[in-house]
Design a binder for this molecule. Sequence first.
Ligand SMILES: *[C@@H]1O[C@H](CO)[C@@H](O)[C@H](O)[C@H]1NC(C)=O
Length: 214
Amino acid sequence: MRFSAFSLFALSSLFVSSLAAPTSIQTRDVAVAEVEQRDASAVAVQERTLPEIVVIVDGLVKEVFSYTAAINVTISSCESISIDFTKKIEIIAGIQVQIQKIIAAFSLATLKIYQLKLVELIEIDFKLLVSLAIKVWIEIIYTLLYAAAVLKITIIELLGWTFTLFLHGYISFLLAIGAVVAKFIASIKIDFQIYLFIISKVFVNFGALLAACK
Ligand SMILES: *[C@@H]1O[C@H](CO)[C@@H](O)[C@H](O)[C@H]1NC(C)=O
């Protein structure tokens, strides 16, 4: 296996350190470049019909990007003006609406993945799935960090009551991928646990960051 657990691990640690220092553009660019490099594998698979699971996850990523784009539009319009308390509450509520759409998109994708009858993947599809799962996570987190910075609040304050649903939605989605690809993984002898472990490490560090935020 050329795609090593190590490269994913390196990416996660980069990602975690970039969360810890959201102002570090350089770290962030390295993380993004790493993901984009993975995306290059997408070009190779375009030659053939993509397995349905990849189509589902790819569609999810596109959908999520439309919601983060909407959040960015709202936030960038706040950047140069001073916002009073009432306005801030209103903006936060608006962002939470987008977050709910993101959560709904994750639930639907999770459901669709569980409904797949037969999942046949080749190694490149698996890499692509992992890359998409990380890409969507990075996109959401960077968007939230940006919004939190402009509004001068923490991510927890920004997400409010949607926070647990959001984490739960993402974890369920990862578990669905894990469950469905488990057979494939066994057949090529990679331990998906390793990947889940690495991704869960990102969560643990994310939790620590949130706790330290205030
Ligand atoms: C939204 O903004 C964040 C922070 O600048 C960025 O990381 C993300 O890619 C942007 N998303 C879209 C869809 O423009």
